[in-house]
Write a protein that binds this ligand. Structure first.
Ligand SMILES: Cc1cc2nc3c(=O)[nH]c(=O)nc-3n(C[C@H](O)[C@H](O)[C@H](O)COP(=O)(O)OP(=O)(O)OC[C@H]3O[C@@H](n4cnc5c(N)ncnc54)[C@H](O)[C@@H]3O)c2cc1C
Length: 467
């Protein structure tokens, strides 16, 4: 019998498989996706948030534990298990040498709208290179990997893992790590979770999924059926506003449009609905998906002028371009009179200041609602550009409750041989909100922990069986 069964093929699963194998366990990893699409959402990532007390290779200055924790506290509004969060934070300071050993390479961050060179270590070649390196290392170490192996259900007895089913095949193991992501790719579940709004719309029908199509939440649902303890709320998720032309799945990072803080954001009635300059973009980019989800038709339009060009990462698809604002309104299909009223009112409300996108500057509006509290400059210099944006879901937060040993819980009791990592438990640390790079910090810390615990549980059981 296999010692450790790992379910999933993303960062958390691979970290668990590698650690379990290094601890001497035999390991089988089951990935739902075919080889070409392996790696889940992890193939799209760029960086991981790391605590450090002094400058380290690609990381500038220092990012101490307390600051990392305060950043998490701010975005989650306190909806975070401090013990688990601090475990993740501390683990983020020591994981990089281990990652390098398994072939992951880092590079300094690019400059742009995300001011992350102090806090986040970027992967050379992005997430695709990271998962490829981990799969290569896992196979060299003797981890067995099976693709196109979606697990449909688990056998659990008295809170212990017994076996997993792939179609008609039963796979028993001494211990198991669940690392099969969230349920963001399951459109029917998203539809139920978001329900119908006061306009009679089903908002989730207009959501796009930034990552893999394979995170259907099948195991999360199965664990609910088994009575596992659940954490989080099905409508909490990381959701950014992305180019409305992005594909339904796997558009990845290039569909993000990073110019909101440099312009104005309108709904389909051509009205502004939120302060575009509330805070630095890395601290605010993840609120815009939900804000757009709340608008009629779940669509928003970001409008900039040529002064903004060159100050943000260029999106992969060019925006609509026009030499006048009325022409831009027509091209975007927005009501022209309302569009001009909003833009004229905004432009007239911009107070003179010293524009500086690298600080919370003094360019503000006066007399319009909502205000724009930084980087407010009249949109008056042609050509003008507009991007239609839709909610783009990164991952959901509903997950399995866990503890400092990464154990799955049943009625408050930790399982001895069933563990969880990554998006399937991220809600323990991230009840809501997000800070860039923390998804990988959580997945790496808990993936490694879950793999270690699963190997220990399996090897202990093997010893008992032999005695
Ligand atoms: C576009 C994009 C960019 C991102 N950028 C970053 C970033 O720069 N930094 C960061 O920290 N986070 C980022 N994230 C979030 C990050 O991807 C996740 O936090 C992290 O990768 C989660 O890892 P995971 O292993 O839990 O899940 P995933 O990587 O999604 O892996 C889940 C795996 O489970 C498999 N699976 C699902 N169901 C089954 C089943 N029933 N049986 C078998 N296998 C199954 C899937 O095929 C997949 O391989 C980004 C996400 C996206 C979509």
């Amino acid at each position: 019998m296999i010692d450790v069964l790992v379910i999933g093929g993303g960062n958390a699963a691979l970290c668990a498989a590698l650690m379990a194998r290094e601890a001497g366990a035999s390991v089988l990893l089951l990935e739902a996706a075919p080889l070409a699409w392996r790696g889940g959402n992890s193939m799209h990532v760029r960086n991981l948030r790391c605590m450090h007390d002094t400058p380290q290779d690609v990381l500038l200055e220092a990012y101490p534990e307390e600051e990392f924790w305060q950043d998490l506290l701010k975005v989650t509004g306190g909806n975070s298990n401090e013990q688990l969060a601090r475990y993740v934070i501390r683990a983020s300071s020591t994981c990089r040498p281990w990652m390098r050993k398994h072939g992951v390479r880092f590079q300094p961050s690019l400059s742009g709208t995300l001011h992350l060179s102090r806090t986040n270590a970027f992967f050379m070649g992005g997430g695709k290179a990271l998962v490829n390196a981990y799969f290569r290392s896992a196979q060299e170490l003797g981890v067995q990997v099976r693709y196109e192996a979606p697990v449909s259900r688990l056998e659990i007895e008295d809170g212990r893992f017994v076996a997993a089913w792939v179609g008609e095949e039963r796979i028993a193991a001494r211990a198991c790590v669940l690392a099969a992501g969230g349920f963001e790719s399951n459109r029917e579940w998203m539809r139920q979770a978001w329900g119908q709004n006061e306009r009679g719309e089903w908002p989730a029908d207009n959501f796009l999924v930034r990552g893999t199509r394979f995170n259907q939440g099948v195991l999360l649902k199965d664990m609910m059926r088994h009575g596992a303890d659940i954490i989080g709320d099905a409508t909490q998720m990381h959701c950014v506003a992305i180019d409305a032309r992005a594909p339904l799945y796997d558009g990845g990072i290039v569909t993000r449009v990073d110019c909101v803080s440099l312009g104005v954001m309108l709904n389909r009635d051509a009205r502004r609905f939120y302060d575009e300059g509330e805070d630095f973009w890395p601290k605010r980019y993840a609120i815009w998906g939900r804000l757009v989800a709340q608008q009629a038709g779940q669509i928003g339009y970001c409008i900039i002028d040529s002064k903004a060009v060159g100050r943000f990462m260029p999106p992969v698809f060019p925006g609509e371009k026009a030499d006048s604002l009325p022409a831009l309104a027509r091209q975007l299909g927005l009501p022209e009179a309302a569009f001009m009223e909003t833009l004229n009112a905004f432009n007239a409300a911009c107070r003179p200041g010293s524009f500086d996108h690298t600080v919370l500057d003094d360019c503000v509006t006066e007399g319009v609602r909502p205000p724009k509290t930084h980087w407010a400059r009249p949109i008056d210099t042609p050509p003008f550009y507009g991007y239609a944006l839709r909610p783009g879901i990164t991952f959901t937060y509903l997950g399995l409750k866990t503890n400092h040993e990464a154990a799955v819980h049943f009625d408050g009791r930790p399982s001895d041989n069933l563990f969880v990592a990554g998006e399937m438990m991220a809600g323990n640390v991230l009840g809501k909100g997000y800070t860039a790079g923390v998804g990988m910090s959580i997945g790496t810390a808990f993936g490694r922990l879950a793999g270690t615990r699963a190997a220990a549980a399996a090897l202990q059981e093997a010893q008992h069986a032999a005695a």
